[in-house]
Ligand binder design. Structure first.
Ligand SMILES: [Zn+2]
Length: 234
């Protein structure tokens, strides 16, 4: 079944409320910090990611496909850009993310008006940019947004989120979590999402089960394309 095929034939492109993940960053930070999650209909029906973001997603998918081990990355907002940390390698059915250290610093350069902006992740240089001192913000903002992890393909099939994935997600105050199979899945908590779940059977887990039982807003994207809420992919 190609769940994407009919999406745009049912909804005209203009009817779909779409946003760049970039422009949602302040909202995501607010949801994370306040544990005050949005109502289901407030979150847009489609979300787009930058090409740099997709490159990293395709990379970790390729690593997992290569050896069958899960990978995880964390996504941060550092001042003016998304930072996607180096992947953490797990086993064939789980991956734990250790504490990540993200740092932003500005150093003088030979040009008096310009600074070099250096972002490091766990002590390793992640990005370097030249920036005018006048544009350097006084308050640096380095904040955790969400994590993404991969599941390997086992006997031709990818498993969906596991019970452990969901329990970890619900016990955190993060509003979003993501799964990379041969697609990208993002799930958002909403104001109706329970704080914990009991007697769940992960064999029942599916996008519609998540929506009906946990009030998650579930998005799916083919690599490199826009994320669509599964409601409009039916
Ligand atoms: Zn998982």
């Amino acid at each position: 079944m190609n769940i994407f095929k009919d999406a745009l034939s049912i909804f005209s492109k203009s009817a779909i409320n779409s946003m760049e993940l970039y422009s949602m960053r302040d909202k995501i930070l607010y949801w994370n910090e306040s544990s005050n999650y949005p109502s289901y209909n407030i979150i847009p029906d489609a979300i787009s990611l930058s090409s740099t973001f997709w490159t990293r997603i395709k990379d970790i998918h390729r690593y997992t496909t290569g050896d069958g081990y899960e990978r995880a990355v964390t996504v941060w907002w550092a001042d003016i850009e998304f930072v996607i940390t180096d992947y953490v390698k797990g086993s064939s059915d789980s991956v734990n993310i250790p504490k990540q250290l993200i740092n932003v610093m500005y150093k003088p350069t030979t040009r008096r008006d310009y600074a070099e902006r250096i972002v490091t992740v766990n002590g390793k240089v992640y990005s370097r940019h030249s920036i005018a001192w006048t544009k350097v913000k006084k308050n640096l903002q380095v904040q955790y947004l969400f994590n993404l992890h991969t599941h390997p393909c086992v006997q031709g099939e990818y498993s969906f989120f596991s019970l452990t994935d969901i329990n970890t997600f619900l016990s955190s105050n993060t509003a979003i979590t993501g799964l990379i199979t041969d697609k990208l899945w993002l799930i958002f908590k909403t104001s109706a999402t329970p704080k914990s779940i009991q007697n769940a059977n992960e064999l029942e887990f599916s996008p519609s089960y998540f929506k009906n039982n946990y009030y998650f807003k579930v998005y799916c994207a083919e690599f490199g394309k826009k994320l669509y809420c599964v409601d409009i992919l039916k």
